[in-house]
Design a protein around this ligand. Structure first.
Ligand SMILES: Cc1cc2nc3c(=O)[nH]c(=O)nc-3n(C[C@H](O)[C@H](O)[C@H](O)COP(=O)(O)OP(=O)(O)OC[C@H]3O[C@@H](n4cnc5c(N)ncnc54)[C@H](O)[C@@H]3O)c2cc1C
Length: 470
């Protein structure tokens, strides 16, 4: 019997597989596609995801494949630079093709020992008290203790589970692709500038010699994305199709906004787009999925390894579902701000003025980048429930200590101990560590579980998150 089967090897499934392997959990990842997805869309990795990648030692490899950009100007594409006071060593945005992220995460998971089987979909499953029997598209079956649906927006696992996915259906689709164009660049730029004064969702920008990345809102939903569809929709909005031809790739996406009612039913869980979908405004979906994976990975590993305290696995839904609900809301708000018409334009101008106040700008940026998240761990100092920003140590940095996905106690007092939990939690005693507390207990996902100097209190929190002492 496998420990965990993951349906879907997109960014969420691949990240989750790697997280589970850090704890020696047997993992099989099944993906319906014979090859990774082909559409080379450039996605944004925001600060919290960059921090997570640094925590797992993956950031340098990602930086080689992407382009760093300033962190600001992502809320409804309102052109305001990020405030200088951002508290992160990774205060930028990385634009990177999604396939590059998936292949890096898949390689990482495989190098840690995960098995990835492509061209094999999960088509059904049944769960009982001891495990889940999943049926596969190749006619086989696999028995596993847990099944996680990371199988994207149309998730088979979610549907078979019978979990509701309420929200709004797509009301308008967008065509996106990379195509060659005959019209001279200066003429394209002038036409695009004119249209963008009224419709911010339209764009035709250079993507290589003679090639343009085209984004065109449509008035229909659920149609095709052929070259003819692009030409027709370009004509409708711009009065010309710019002579587009020879596409590199074409795609179509909608603006449906939905959130799964539950993230877990018994031994079956959902993560990533399988649990939440929204329009790609602010570039947040992949970030959300990767962060789901890092949140649930160590908890599921604890469950499988038998040291999970009661209720730990349920904290996954309790923590991550509200974060997704907030992202859905901010994309709804951005959609209103980007809509054509004098009303939305007036609200957009007003918000643009308000963003001159650093507090407003910071608040919106923290939403988009994920660094403003504070999980509800109960009463405590403000840092409890928030992510720990990376800080330098005498040697190296704090994130360097989190590569193996274990808990971490930073002790400036020299008097605290993790004895009884040292198989799950590392201890670094260093009076010079620059953290906001005498002792700081950090979960494997980089969120602060406790701040204080009392050993009794610490042991209560160690039990709460890491189970009984050995
Ligand atoms: C135009 C556009 C731009 C975007 N830009 C950004 C951005 O800048 N930043 C950002 O964070 N997000 C962005 N997103 C969103 C991002 O692409 C998604 O949120 C992300 O792909 C979700 O990852 P996932 O792993 O959850 O699901 P997916 O990437 O959809 O992966 C699901 C995988 O499951 C497989 N699968 C499906 N069914 C089965 C089955 N039954 N059994 C086994 N395998 C199965 C599929 O083959 C696929 O490989 C954008 C989206 C669009 C459309």
């Amino acid at each position: 019997m496998m420990d965990v089967v993951i349906a879907g090897c997109g960014p969420t499934g691949a990240m989750l597989a790697a997280e589970l392997r850090l704890h020696n959990v047997d993992v099989l990842v099944l993906d319906a596609g014979t090859e990774p997805a082909a559409a080379v869309r450039i996605v944004s990795l925001h600060i919290r995801s960059l921090e997570l990648m640094a925590m797992r030692g993956l950031l340098d490899r990602l930086l080689e494949r992407g382009r760093r950009r300033p962190a600001g100007a992502y809320f409804a594409a309102i052109d305001k630079p990020a405030p200088e006071s951002l508290n992160s060593a990774y205060a930028y945005l990385l634009g990177i093709p999604q396939p590059a992220i998936v292949s890096l995460l898949e390689d990482h998971a495989a190098s840690l020992g995960a098995e990835v089987r492509r061209g094999c979909a999960v088509t059904g499953f049944q769960q009982d008290d001891d495990g889940v029997t999943a049926s596969l598209s190749d006619g086989g079956q696999v028995r596993t203790r847990y099944l996680v649906g990371c199988d994207g927006a149309r998730s088979t696992v979610r549907k078979l589970l019978g979990v509701g996915f309420p929200g709004e259906a797509s009301s308008s689709d967008t065509l996106m692709g990379e195509l060659h164009a005959e019209t001279p660049p200066s003429q394209i730029a002038a036409t695009v500038a004119e249209i963008r004064r009224t419709d911010k969702r339209f764009s035709v920008g250079p993507a290589g010699p003679g090639v343009y990345r085209v984004i065109v809102p449509t008035t229909t939903t659920g149609g095709g994305h052929t070259l003819d569809d692009f030409r027709r929709e370009l004509h409708t909005i711009a009065g010309t199709d710019f002579g587009v031809h020879s596409p590199r790739w074409l795609s179509r996406f909608g603006n449906a906004t939905r959130l799964a009612d539950r993230y877990r039913v018994g031994r079956v869980l959902l993560a990533g787009d399988a649990a939440h979908i929204h329009p790609p405004l602010g570039g947040q979906g992949l970030n959300l999925g990767v962060q789901d994976a890092v949140n649930v990975g160590w908890k599921l590993a604890a469950q499988v390894q038998g040291w999970a305290p009661a209720g730990l696995l349920d904290t996954y839904e309790a923590e991550r579902r509200p974060v997704a609900a907030d992202v859905l809301d901010n994309t709804r708000a951005q959609a209103e701000l980007l809509a054509p018409g004098p009303g939305p334009h007036a609200v957009r101008r007003l918000l643009t003025e308000l963003m001159d106040f650093d507090e407003v700008n910071n608040h919106l940026l923290e939403k988009i980048t994920g660094i403003g998240i504070r999980y509800d761990f109960g009463a405590g100092p403000d840092l409890v429930g928030r992510r720990l920003a990376d800080v330098a140590l005498g040697q190296g940095n704090v994130y360097g200590l989190l590569h193996h996905g274990r808990g971490l106690l930073l002790d400036r007092t020299g008097n605290l101990s993790v004895s009884g939990w040292s198989d799950r939690v590392d201890l670094v005693a260093d009076p010079a560590t620059v953290v906001a507390g005498p002792g700081v207990l950090v979960r494997p996902d980089g969120y602060v579980a406790w701040v204080g100097d009392d050993q009794g209190e610490l042991e209560g929190q160690l039990s709460r998150w890491f189970g009984t002492p050995t």
